[in-house]
Design a protein around this ligand. Structure first.
Ligand SMILES: Cc1cc2nc3c(=O)[nH]c(=O)nc-3n(C[C@H](O)[C@H](O)[C@H](O)COP(=O)(O)OP(=O)(O)OC[C@H]3O[C@@H](n4cnc5c(N)ncnc54)[C@H](O)[C@@H]3O)c2cc1C
Length: 422
């Protein structure tokens, strides 16, 4: 089956009227406006993306989802499909062929996530490095890396986590020592998603002369001498996109591969991460919607005590609660994406992004858990797809900052920092 036509240039052009977000003064966190101006909806362009991706997801992606999960093999065919459709370009600025719309990007991820978490993940990993490069990269780095990420000729990873430090980013030990005008990188990383297929990876390391040094990001190209990628993790969920350990043994990093000025890289990249949290939230929304749809279909076709299971009030209320959660998660996610598209930054954005990520992934976990329950024993059997949703949902509560860390971010905007580290 062929998909007639890829996304048109018009559909990829950001509709600036879809959001009327008014930036308000957020100086006092107690009175922070996190309404996002309260007015946003999907515009014509987002609807075009939604229609196309929903059709492709149903016709092409859904039938591959279980196999990708079972074999845990990288779905190159799905990557090629996303590339052919022009979907990789969605969040990029127009000069790199994109629409500069995080809301459109969220819609695409949501639609893929309804049927296949792993295919939605392909978009997400492709997009994770963009914010850091745009925020801290030189013009030369942007020209070298962004067009390839947008057209799919380059793939990348983003590496912060180390064996002794995940949530506590300040605990990283990978070190970048000055060597002439460049650096020498030494240390280990774990859980770098996409590393096995990446052309380059943004790697966090400590640099500078002081004992601990500031955290900066370095562009590590595949094949650099002393750089090795370890075996891939055997995972509970998110199985189709590999996560691997990385090893750096005195790897020479030329000056043109330092991302941002020394001492500034970390702040830039962490700010950029605010922009990728709505994408994780969108994957939660899609997953929850998909699990709910499957549960509704199953109980409608299943009989017990001489009636359809969907006629028991207790079951109907479970489904209604799922729908309430999915609706709320979607609105929070679209709000956060619309705020990013309108240029929101700082604590206000950090809070809205954390709220969306936390609520949408907690909703995905709850909906998937209840959906497995409604399937009964069939929910435990690998003959049915629902347990895949359950396993993938758990990943969402952990990645890009666990949901405890999201709650810490939210509480900080309300109460300020604690004296003790949280
Ligand atoms: C599928 C997958 C893909 C990943 N991909 C990447 C990637 O591409 N790049 C990358 O760099 N990393 C990646 N990670 C790693 C991920 O970002 C970390 O696992 C995550 O940040 C949590 O770190 P940790 O596992 O070390 O848990 P820890 O930080 O050790 O936390 C353990 C527990 O303590 C809780 N906790 C910790 N600190 C606090 C606190 N202050 N307050 C309350 N609770 C707290 C945590 O929430 C958690 O429940 C990936 C992980 C997974 C599972």
């Amino acid at each position: 089956m062929t998909i007639s036509g890829s996304i048109t240039a018009d559909a990829l052009t950001k509709d600036s009227t879809f959001v009327q977000y008014t930036e308000r003064n957020s100086g006092n966190m107690g009175e922070m406006d996190v309404s996002g101006g309260s007015s946003f909806s999907l515009g014509e362009d987002q609807r075009a993306v939604q229609d196309l991706v929903r059709r492709v997801a149903t016709e092409r992606v859904a039938k591959r989802a279980s196999e990708i999960d079972r074999t845990a093999e990288y779905p190159q065919d799905m990557f090629d499909l996303l590339r052919e459709l022009g979907l990789l370009t969605l969040p990029f600025p127009p000069e790199f062929g994109g629409s500069n719309s995080l809301l459109s990007s969220c819609v695409a991820i949501e639609e893929l996530g309804r049927v296949c978490y792993n295919t939605a993940y392909l978009l997400l990993v492709q997009w994770t490095p963009i914010g850091g490069i745009l925020a801290g990269g030189t013009e030369e780095q942007k020209q070298r890396l962004l067009p390839g990420l947008a057209n799919g000729t380059l793939r990348a990873g983003f590496s912060l986590t180390e064996p002794q430090s995940g949530s506590d980013v300040s605990g990283i030990r990978t070190r970048a020592k000055r060597d002439g005008s460049g650096y020498r990188l030494s240390g280990n990383k774990i859980w770098c998603t996409n590393a096995a297929v990446s052309d380059f990876i943004l790697v966090a390391a400590r640099s500078g002369e002081e004992e601990r040094g500031a955290i900066n990001f370095f562009i590590v190209d595949r094949g650099m001498k002393g750089f090795e990628i370890g075996r891939k993790e055997d995972k509970l969920g998110a199985r189709g996109v590999p996560s691997s350990a990385l090893f750096f043994d005195n790897v020479y990093i030329p000056p043109e591969n330092m991302l941002g000025r020394e001492g500034e890289g970390f702040k830039n990249v962490m700010e950029a991460l605010n922009a990728s949290r709505p994408l994780i939230a969108a994957r939660g929304v899609g997953l929850a919607q998909g699990a709910m749809d499957l549960a509704a279909e199953f109980v409608s076709n299943r009989q017990a005590f001489g009636q359809s299971v969907s006629d028991f009030q207790g079951v109907r209320w479970m489904l209604a609660d799922m729908a309430i959660g999915v609706d709320a998660a979607r609105l929070l996610t679209y709000r956060a994406a619309a705020m990013i598209d309108a240029g929101a930054k700082g604590p206000e954005m950090a809070r809205a992004a954390a709220v969306a990520k936390c609520f949408a992934s907690d909703t995905a976990m709850k909906v998937a858990t209840d959906a497995v329950q409604l399937f009964g024993a069939a929910g435990i059997s690998n003959e049915y797809p629902i347990n895949r949703y359950f396993r993938d949902a758990k990943v969402l509560q952990i990645i890009e900052g666990t949901n405890q860390i999201q709650r810490n971010i939210i509480a900080r905007t309300m109460l300020g920092s604690t004296k003790r580290k949280v």
